[in-house]
Design a protein around this ligand. Structure first.
Ligand SMILES: *[C@@H]1O[C@H](CO)[C@@H](O)[C@H](O)[C@H]1NC(C)=O
Ligand SMILES: *[C@@H]1O[C@H](CO)[C@@H](O)[C@H](O)[C@H]1NC(C)=O
Ligand SMILES: *[C@@H]1O[C@H](CO)[C@@H](O)[C@H](O)[C@H]1NC(C)=O
Length: 393
């Protein structure tokens, strides 16, 4: 019993002793490495060659895409790996330690800026400390991150079926091509840690470098596609319903007295609906959102329908066919032969006789059907053209 107790104590003491030794080792190592270290100097060992920095962008969270402000917000980290020969050691001397994880207070780290950011210009990793992994051969791997808000010129033509491509342009601002060289680690970013956004799908991402005058830029390109379901339910379906309901006012009997008021009600509710919707549609983009354009056209058609309704109501209350515009009567009598062919049978040639048979009621009814068909054709053509454009292209 006593022996076991002694054994356990022995074990604990021994393991603490080993650990202490290791921590001391590392502290020793750290002190030795940073003793005469100048963190202000770019660690290009051969000063006639640029310092090679490998990078990989790791998007973490896609926060938002503000179409009205044309900005995208992304939480991301950038893995930067470079070699600093002043930070090499012999692993054998320090208990075979090949890697150490340290804070970056005492060593050189690159100041990378988001060039097309909309917030203040400050180096990545400035607001929070990030650990770096140091290898015995002098390789430093540092992964600072932050919330990046970048300008993203957007094309809203096909909203809500749009996809956008946004660029995040990183650069060591003020450091010239001759001082540093970036090497992308792979063509695409690291998506392992990415959390999906329910409004946007990531369709593609790319990382590459671009030379611009005297500086080199790290470009991270993100292609995103909007999830349109919400907008389909809230905007497109009601729009189609309004549009399809509207021409039906021509079917209401004139004597019910509801015709004009129904037409007006639909027009007004559509106007209110458009006002509500317009606030969630992207404003002042170039080109303009096609959906908004279609909605305005539907509203104009709705206005035209009200005019048509007023016209038919007006004619309905005419007693005498002679007081109706003669061109209109002639036109309607032409159509009439088609729609009421039995009444016109055998009298195709004799125009005056036909006019005898034609009543105001016929004219109004023909106009109603004509207006309804024309407005349906226009509306459906408009909607189909829109849907085809948006889905096919
Ligand atoms: C590291 O520093 C310790 C003293 O702090 C010294 O004893 C040791 O020799 C140094 N090692 C190397 C490799 O310079
Ligand atoms: C530095 O690089 C140049 C060009 O590659 C080479 O000629 C030179 O020997 C290098 N100097 C050192 C000290 O490695
Ligand atoms: C150190 O970096 C160089 C190039 O940057 C790479 O070839 C090498 O594999 C790295 N070594 C370690 C131990 O990571």
């Amino acid at each position: 019993m006593c022996c076991i107790f002694f054994y356990v104590v022995c074990l604990i003491v021994f393991s603490i002793a080993v650990e202490c030794q290791t921590v001391h080792d590392i502290a020793n190592l750290y002190n030795n490495l940073t003793d005469s270290y100048q963190k202000e100097v770019i660690p290009a060992w051969n000063q006639s060659l640029p310092l090679e920095i490998s990078f990989a962008v790791a998007p973490l969270v896609m926060n938002s895409f503000q179409e009205t402000e044309e900005t995208i917000s992304l939480t991301a980290a950038i893995n930067l790996v470079w070699n600093d020969r002043r930070l090499t050691w012999e692993p054998k001397i320090y208990g075979n330690k090949e890697h150490i994880t340290i804070t970056t207070n005492d060593i050189w780290v690159p100041y990378v800026y988001l060039e097309n950011g909309v917030d203040e210009l400050k180096p990545i990793g400035d607001d929070a400390p990030f650990y770096a992994i140091l290898a015995y051969n002098g390789n430093v791997s540092w992964t600072p991150g932050g919330i990046f808000k970048a300008k993203c010129p957007s094309n809203m033509l096909k909203f809500p079926f749009d996809s956008q491509t946004c660029e995040f342009v990183f650069a060591m601002w003020g450091v010239q091509v001759t001082d540093t060289m970036y090497v992308p680690m792979g063509d695409a970013g690291i998506m392992t840690y990415f959390t999906q956004n329910s409004n946007w799908d990531i369709t593609n991402n790319r990382q590459y470098i671009k030379y611009k005058d005297v500086i080199t830029e790290i470009i991270f390109e993100l292609s995103i596609k909007r999830q349109p379901v919400y907008y389909i339910v809230v905007i497109i379906v009601p729009t189609i319903l309004f549009a399809l309901m509207n021409p039906l006012v021509f079917l209401l009997p004139v004597d019910s007295g509801e015709r004009v008021s129904l037409g007006m009600t639909i027009l007004l509710s559509y106007a209110i609906f458009l006002t509500i919707v317009a606030s969630s549609l992207p404003a002042s983009s170039n080109p303009m959102c096609l959906l908004l354009f279609v909605m305005i056209l539907i509203m104009v058609l709705s206005g035209v329908i009200v005019i048509g309704v007023i016209m038919t109501v007006y004619y309905h209350h005419e007693d005498n066919i002679g007081s109706i515009n003669s061109y209109l009567v002639r036109f309607v009598s032409c159509c009439c032969c088609v729609s009421y062919s039995n009444e016109c049978e055998g009298s195709d040639e004799e125009y005056p006789e036909k006019k005898q048979k034609l009543t105001v009621k016929h004219i109004v009814k023909t106009l109603d059907i004509l207006f309804m068909i024309i407005s349906y054709i226009l509306l459906i053509a408009l909607l189909i053209a829109y849907l085809i454009y948006v889905i096919v292209k």
